[in-house]
Write a protein that binds this ligand. Sequence first.
Ligand code: HEM
Length: 487
Amino acid sequence: AAIVGLVVLLILSSSLSSQDERRKPPGPTPLPLLGNLLQVDLKRLDSSLCQLSRKYGPVFTVYFGLKKVVVLAGHRTVKQALVNHAEEFGDRDVTPIFYDLHQGHGIIFSNGDTWKEMRRFALSTLRDFGMGKRLSEEKIIEECHYLIEEFERYDGKAFNNTQAIRNAASNVISAIIFGKRFEYKDPVFQAMVKRVHESIHLTGSASILAYNLFPWLGPFIKNRTCMMKNSAKNKEEIKSITAALKETLNLEMCRGFVDAFLIRMQNLEESKIKDSLYHIDNLHYCVMNLFAAGTDTTGNTLQWYLLLMAKYPHFQDQVQEELSRVVGSRQVRVEDRKNLPFTDAVIHESQRLANIVPMALPHKTSRDVTFQGYFIKGGTTVFPLLTSVLYDESEWESPHTFNPSHFLDEAGKFIRRDAFMPFSAGRRVCLGESLARMELFLFFTSLLQRFRFTPPPGVTEDDLDLTPVVGSSLNPSPHELRAVRRQ
Ligand code: HEM
């Protein structure tokens, strides 16, 4: 009887454990303490995870040390999770470095009520003071003129356009947040933009990854110290800009996001409403979020556009031919877009190939969820692998080459593609998507109307290197281009 009992117990427990195994997303076997760290290439994590998805399927588990991460790969799966299961996959994983920097405040690295209210407020005020189509169009067009002026200063000589482009992108979001732009030479502005870029780059470094896995390493991690200093200095600058705005606040004339926030704070104080989310910390962190998110991403993408145009001059010819034919020399407007299908296709294809935020930002499941037959516990970190969507072989004819036809039908009409997801999707979809799209279109077309972009003398198109510099985003490697004035 004892033997029979033991056998039954063994069978039961093995069937229970295999049932449990079946329910968890598969993945490579983790080593003690290290997890799967030796099986992934930390220098190009997104590509390495795409490789693993070939073996383990579209939903799989990887362990970074003891930290369990569920990876979502491919257009169908990422969309299904972020859109159809938006609630369950819509929390942010606030890693130790993100918590150090934002303390759970603001929009990007918050959850729950803070996130919901700050996101809603930012969206509605940005719509009124910036993204409201006409107003933001005017602000961007004004900035296009400054950028063109800056490029003209080089008089056709090769130069590195990084700083000028970042300044221009940053000025658009600054105009929306603070109600004013900065001179490109303004040292405070230059330093703020530089710090934002440095910190975004360091977020993807191996030492910050190590810190996120083993927070006790904190005091020994130089990159963390640098990020904390950058953040403290930018916060100081933002505090002094917002203090000046507060002094000149006019309830009748709202200049931008900061004014709208200050007015809301004042109204709540007057109504004696306690424990409001509209406090000064949330204001500072929201501004820091919007300033950072609006600077590097758009600037970086625009740099890719120009590099790709210099690399593929026959596509640049076609864009310039279309612009000359449809718009001529007058200022391009947003409404011209529908009449510029080839240009629109080039804009989309460049952004697809550039893939600047390859793994979105880390998400977290808000509760237990069964997804594609797998059980994922609430609180699990989730990486929506945007690379696997933008380069999905079942979606794109030639995922790894620059091919504007991906966005054109046989008649040459522009077609929207569902797998074009550089802004991610669902609850956490990029808050600045419509602003960014407008900026990219107006900056790109205005620059291509004026200039021909070519490699420096002695450098061929083939020599132009498309290998990205990898941080938490993918930037073009440092390079110079000529911006030659068109006749
Ligand atoms: C989040 C891409 C421009 C503000 C994100 C995310 C991506 C992204 C991939 C993460 C989404 C996720 O977690 O699933 C981009 C790209 C841009 C761009 C490719 C330009 C080419 C902007 C601009 C702003 C902005 C101009 C400023 C208004 C934000 C904010 C979030 C975010 C606030 C956090 C949203 C949240 O957590 O709820 N963006 N972005 N982005 N982006 Fe952008």
